[in-house]
Design a protein around this ligand. Structure first.
Ligand code: PXP
Length: 253
């Protein structure tokens, strides 16, 4: 999944973590995130994203195994930069590995990775993953120092964290939202100019996705929590179809 700015269709990676959250609330084997992945594929997703957290609060090791066995779409495996996760990724060799920060007590992935502070360690950490054929992506805030560091360590992709932009929108802090969107716009152009492929995600909804989808350097959006929630009301396929429609319209405009 590669490309240059403005070329081809904006890709949608559907994050299925929260199908597993609902399953795990009861300790049953349903609803099954792998079934959700198959439905997402039929509904026009270009990839499936799953985050195997250290505490296994949603996706499990066996979910990753089953996704690798049965998916025809590329899997974007989100993980913290730990030895345990590196070994799992090297065993499965998913299409993409997205390195995210992880804190046990957080509700979700709250900020981007501090690449600049850990440059040396991360460069050594991602090298074997890239050698194994995984496209390595680094989840970071829209910040020039982090983008430059991601380029220096040899990442192929940066995923820009859209959480702050979405939070400002929800809180009605529109000037701050627009400033954050301007940062995302400038930083996606900056990352692209450094040769990085640009993705974006976190917290996106029907109300917030269009301006991000319109950024020409952004090649892929990863969206999960909102889609799984919306699926309760309209079904997963139609929920994804509507997101696709809004993304495609924003891209053309
Ligand atoms: N991208 C990354 C790197 C993430 O960690 C997450 C959340 O797991 C997402 C995208 C999707 O965020 P959301 O579930 O809020 O749409």
């Amino acid at each position: 999944m590669t490309g240059s700015a403005g070329q081809g269709r904006l890709r949608l990676g559907v994050n299925i973590d929260h199908v597993a959250t609902v399953r795990n609330a009861r300790g049953t084997d349903y609803p099954d995130p792998v079934r959700a992945a198959r439905l997402a594929e039929e509904a026009g997703a270009d990839g499936i994203t799953a985050h195997l957290r250290e505490d296994r609060r949603h996706i499990s090791d066996s979910d990753i195994e089953r996704l690798m066995d049965s998916l025809t779409l590329p899997l974007n495996f989100e993980m913290a930069a730990t030895a345990e996760m590196q070994a799992i990724a090297l065993r499965h060799r998913p299409h993409a590995v997205c390195i995210v920060p992880e804190r046990r007590e957080e509700r979700t992935t709250e900020g981007g990775l501090e690449v600049a502070r850990e440059e040396n360690r991360l460069a050594h950490f991602i090298a074997p993953l890239a050698e194994a054929g995984c496209r390595v992506s680094i989840f970071i805030a829209a910040d020039p120092a982090q983008i430059e560091a991601a380029a220096r360590i040899g990442a192929a992709v940066v995923e820009l964290h859209t959480g702050a932009y979405c939070d400002y929108h929800l809180e009605g802090r529109l000037a701050e939202r627009d400033a954050e969107l301007a940062r995302l716009r400038d930083m996606s152009a900056f990352a692209h100019a450094l040769g990085l492929e640009v993705h974006a995600g976190h917290g996106l909804t029907y109300d917030t996705v269009a301006p991000v989808a319109a950024l020409p350097e952004v090649m892929e959006l990863n969206i999960g929590h909102f889609l799984v929630g919306e699926a309760i009301f309209r079904g997963l396929g139609p929920a994804i179809g509507e997101m696709r429609r809004i993304m495609d319209e924003a891209r053309v405009a």
